[in-house]
Design a protein around this ligand. Structure first.
Ligand SMILES: *Cc1c(COP(=O)(O)O)cnc(C)c1O
Length: 408
């Protein structure tokens, strides 16, 4: 499985790419304008089914809303996952609008303000403590509200996870409490009126190497076993993080989910059962759940040749889908998969640069991509747009209108 298989997951009807069973030109007519993001409900459902099939039944699946906070997507997922991870009070409100119970919503992230922590404690969600300051604030808020706050400690582990697109654990970090000071924090919390549920360890994001994720999960269980000695009560919550990556580029191989699942089975049936029999076990995933289920659809406004190079110019760009331009955390710019959505059965006749409508050379959506003969009004579809798309892009840059989002 590579990035090309992502395209194959979508149906093609009469030579047209279909999202949710609707050909993309018809979808564009239904939306009434381009560009737009379209998320495929059936693919989302299939993705969760795949995870349920491969991971142990004891594992609770948590959806990290920051990957795609569209309320309809979050509502759809609320019937399929066990819990939500939120990174702001805006995301918290979206989570609380769903049938998922507040005690199955957790709030992680650095620099949570007193106002945000107050909202979280009042809502009864689990606050993932990222520092001693946060712990002090939550205790004071609980006393003020007359509510016993539910907390877990986000631990910055003493090991780093290699191969992550974004590393968020190990070494000095703004995330979490350094593992070596967790025992003293627990001792301080023992005197306070707090419900300390357990631990959360999240080492990084976008990892395609199963053996590294497995090693990280094993080390996480070892670390938590040591830390648990300082817990006054049995651990009731153990969030093993996530970091499952998706293939964005031609050479990326999909994550070996069988290997990750087998490793989790071993951990669940061994050390976790022995040491943490009462823990709710959580794997939290964002992009792995939604990333491959969404496309960004743009319309060709102009085609031109410039000194031997063909340019396909579309009405969208990096202001909606920054990641496809290579400017969201990538070191080397590579092409996201794209297709001419209304010419899926036509063979490539040449190569073109697909560029957006922003007046900057950064707005490059496809560099020398093989395309059939492209005409004005064709629809250029960018894949892997389900996660960190619209909300992770600088939508105000150059003042074009925002993109529409639909769940089909
Ligand atoms: C961002 C984040 C996630 C989601 O990461 P993905 O790569 O989208 O799976 C999960 N947990 C925490 C704590 C995060 O900050």
């Amino acid at each position: 499985m590579t990035a090309k298989d992502t395209i194959a997951a979508f149906d093609v009807i009469d030579g047209k790419l279909a999202v949710g069973g609707i050909p993309v030109d018809r979808l564009a007519a239904r939306v009434g304008s381009t560009p737009f993001f379209a998320y495929d409900r059936r693919l989302l459902t299939q993705r969760i089914a795949l995870l349920r099939q491969k991971l142990p039944p004891k594992i609770n699946l948590s959806y990290a809303i920051k990957a795609n906070p569209m309320p309809a997507v979050v509502q759809h997922l609320s019937s399929l996952v066990d819990s939500f991870d939120v990174a702001s009070t805006g995301e918290m409100r979206i989570a609380l609008d769903t049938p998922i119970a507040a005690d199955h919503v957790s709030f992680a992230g650095p620099a949570k303000t007193i106002a945000e922590l107050t909202q979280a404690v009042a809502a009864g969600i689990t606050v993932e403590l990222e520092s001693e300051t946060e712990a002090r604030r939550v205790i004071a808020i609980g006393e003020q509200l007359g509510v016993r706050p539910r907390v877990a400690i986000r631990v910055n582990p003493d090991f780093a996870i290699k191969g992550s697109g974004m590393r968020m654990g190990g070494g000095p970090q703004q995330f979490g409490v350094d593992s070596e000071i967790v025992p003293q924090l627990l001792a301080a919390l023992a005197k306070a009126d707090l419900d300390v549920l357990g631990f959360h360890v999240f080492g990084g994001s976008q990892n395609l190497r199963a053996e590294i994720l497995c090693e990280a999960q094993r080390k996480t269980v070892e670390l938590v076993t040591t830390l648990a000695a300082a817990m006054p009560t049995p651990i009731r919550y153990l969030n093993l993080g996530g970091g499952f990556g998706i293939p964005y580029f031609d050479k990326d191989e999909s994550l070996d989910l069988d290997m990750v699942g087998a490793n989790l089975h071993e951990l669940v049936d061994g050390p976790i059962r022995n040491n943490f029999p009462e823990a709710r076990l959580v794997i939290e995933l964002g992009r792995y759940i939604v990333g491959e289920c969404g496309v960004y659809v743009t319309r060709v406004v102009d085609c031109k040749q410039s000194r031997g190079k063909q340019f396909v110019m579309v009405d969208g760009g990096l202001h909606h889908q920054l990641a496809a331009s290579g400017n969201f955390g990538q070191v080397i710019r590579r092409n996201y998969p794209l297709a001419i959505g209304n010419r899926m059965n036509e063979a490539a006749t040449g190569a073109a640069n697909v560029v957006g409508c922003l007046c900057t050379p950064l707005d490059l959506l496809g560099d020398s991509v093989a395309v059939p003969k492209v005409e004005i009004d064709d629809l250029v579809v960018l894949f892997q747009a389900g996660a960190y798309g619209m909300t992770a892009s600088p939508s105000a840059f150059l003042g074009h209108p925002p993109a529409v989002e639909i769940l089909v």
